[in-house]
Design a protein around this ligand. Structure first.
Ligand SMILES: O=P(O)(O)OC[C@H]1O[C@H](OP(=O)(O)OP(=O)(O)O)[C@H](O)[C@@H]1O
Ligand code: HPA
Ligand SMILES: [Mg+2]
Length: 197
């Protein structure tokens, strides 16, 4: 391949960007604010789940960073499991179809379940998951989300615990992606529109 052609194919993939931070229009929630909030949520959950041996369910992939930080702030015995679902793919709008890519390994029957999400946007992902968990006879089901974007809700759903409410913009970082990228940003930022338009 000619050098020029190779260069343009690399650029098209965003591989040669000096830094991911260049694609961010605005930092919405700093690393420090996230750390403080996670500590606060962890303290609250420690009180509320004492003696309940909760099963914390991480909704992959977005909630991976939040979940692993959160459980380290919960000073009680608990168990972790992971479920992988996807409805956004490489788009900034929900496809409306929630696909289960990996189911739980643990039975939720009789368990106190805490669903850990990174963001509730339309609410479609969570409402699908909650229906599924209810059918499986959990003793209790609660939801903790780092971010809530209530403006775009299409189903009636309110989280039990919430870190931050965010405006109606596509946000990335700290687990949240656009087309699988930006999950490793240490903060939550708004993506420049030119990146996805
Ligand atoms: O309320 P909703 O409109 O359903 O959006 C929220 C869901 O969408 C994202 O997942 P996504 O499908 O992008 O999968 P990912 O976590 O692997 O990125 C996010 O992590 C939530 O799970
Ligand atoms: O704003 C968002 N950013 C990343 N992933 C998402 N999934 C739903 N909403 C969002
Ligand atoms: Mg995603």
């Amino acid at each position: 391949m000619e050098a020029g052609l190779l260069e343009s194919s690399i650029q098209a993939d965003g591989m040669n960007r000096v830094s991911m931070h260049e694609d961010i229009r605005e930092i919405l929630i700093t690393e420090e604010a996230i750390r403080n909030k996670v500590r606060e949520l962890g303290r609250q959950l420690t009180e509320d789940y004492r003696g309940k041996n909760p099963l914390c369910i991480c909704v992959l992939k977005g909630a991976a960073l939040f979940m692993t930080d959160l459980v380290r702030q919960m000073d009680i015995p608990l168990e972790m499991d992971f479920m992988a679902v996807s409805s956004y793919g490489a788009s900034t709008v929900s496809s409306g179809v929630v696909r289960i890519i990996k189911d739980l390994d643990t039975s939720v029957e009789g368990r106190h379940v805490l669903v850990v999400e990174d963001i509730i946007d339309s609410g479609l992902t969570l409402s699908y998951l909650l229906d599924l968990l209810r059918q499986r006879n959990a003793a209790s089901i609660k939801v903790v989300t780092l971010l809530d974007k209530p403006h775009r809700r299409t189903v009636n759903l309110t989280p039990d615990y919430c870190g931050f409410t965010v405006p109606d913009a596509f946000v990335v970082g700290y687990g949240l992606d656009y087309a699988e990228k930006y999950r490793n940003l240490p903060y939550i930022g708004i993506l420049k529109e030119e990146v996805y338009r």
